[in-house]
Design a binder for this molecule. Structure first.
Ligand SMILES: C[S@@+](CC[C@H](N)C(=O)[O-])C[C@H]1O[C@@H](n2cnc3c(N)ncnc32)[C@H](O)[C@@H]1O
Length: 215
């Protein structure tokens, strides 16, 4: 056994018993996230731009992870349902949400997100009426994404290799979601699907591929 889920008081942490990676804790009050929440706008956040709607859109985040993207979207005013396949990551992120709910400054944001332990590629029958889907499959360890390097590496060590994209896009289609936004490393030039994205937004660290479902 390499990883254990530990709790100290109210805080849950995923610990690497090999001591190679820093403990993983979900903290929605961390300063870097607070600054992004405050500045969150179509100009500042590529994901908000890719969703292309004013506050109030309904977003299905099919790969919740540590909930950072969902939190940014909810702080902007969108309503987000997150799905996470790993029970452990689900518990970590839910613990972060529970603690954030006790902070009066964060409580309204927590109220705009929901988290379920669920496979994003299996269409959730209740998940109807979403305006957009967000898919952030696991990146290669050496690439960067929304998470800091340490967090990403730890998550990757724990979860393992990333998932195929097509099942997520198919699930979004089944749910009638018109817009799917896929997060990729900026340098990832591989063709992932035919037809490909209708457009791409490039950020400093990652790229968003936007797929539209016309069916
Ligand atoms: C790179 S992380 C997502 C990071 C997230 N965007 C954030 O801001 O914290 C990928 C996450 O997707 C989850 N995942 C991968 N395949 C999934 C699936 N089929 N259904 C639900 N979650 C999945 C992994 O367990 C992992 O926690």
């Amino acid at each position: 056994m390499r990883f254990v889920l530990n709790n100290e008081g109210r805080e849950w942490a995923l610990i690497d018993l090999y001591g190679e990676k820093p403990a993983l804790i979900v903290d929605f009050s961390r300063p870097a996230l607070a600054s992004r929440r405050r500045k969150g706008s179509i100009r500042a956040e590529l994901l908000i731009k890719a969703i292309n709607q004013g506050p109030g859109a309904r977003v299905l985040d099919m790969t919740a992870g540590l909930g950072t993207d969902a939190f940014i979207l909810a702080a902007y005013g969108h309503r987000v349902v997150m799905l996470e396949q790993s029970k452990t990551i689900y518990l970590l992120t839910q613990n972060g949400l529970d603690r954030a709910a006790e902070d009066p400054g964060l409580n309204p944001v927590v109220g705009a997100v929901g988290l379920q332990h669920w496979e994003g590629t299996t269409p959730l029958v209740a998940a109807k009426g979403f305006d957009a889907a967000v898919v952030d499959p696991m990146f290669e360890a050496k690439k960067k994404n929304a998470l800091s390097k340490g967090e990403m590496q730890m998550l990757q060590s724990f979860i393992g290799k990333g998932s195929e994209l097509t099942p997520f896009l198919n699930a979004a289609n089944v749910l009638g979601i018109k817009r799917s936004i896929v997060k990729r490393p900026r340098s990832d030039r591989l063709a992932h699907r035919d037809p490909g994205p209708v457009y791409q937004l490039e950020g400093r660290r990652s790229r968003l591929d936007v797929f539209l479902n016309s069916a």
